[in-house]
Design a protein. Structure first.
Length: 95
């Protein structure tokens, strides 16, 4: 699972183990520095499944853990390193 956001535009890219590939564009109000991170989808789902209902996801940087929080309870999702070529492709996709 890859996340990329810059200048109020974003994309989530998901590659499944059976090689199906999907990209989801999403609007956002993010105006900070360029954001590009990757997380293993299974770990993200495990973290989300630890909670019932809506959660808040906190992003703290490209190589820092993503924090999933609900009512003061948290779980951390560690990022994976990504290839630069994939970042370039995602950047072009939202341009």
């Amino acid at each position: 699972m890859h996340f990329y956001a810059n200048n109020g535009k974003g994309i989530i890219s998901l590659t499944m183990s059976n090689f199906k590939y999907e990209e989801k564009f999403y609007p956002n109000s993010y105006t900070g520095a360029e954001m590009y991170s990757g997380y293993k989808a299974a770990y993200m789902l495990d973290g989300l499944n630890a909670f019932d209902g809506d959660v808040t996801i906190h992003y703290h940087g490209n190589l820092k853990a993503m924090v999933i929080e609900q009512n003061g309870d948290i779980t951390l999702i560690l990022p994976v390193r990504l290839e630069t070529s994939r970042k370039d492709a995602l950047e072009k996709a939202i341009a």
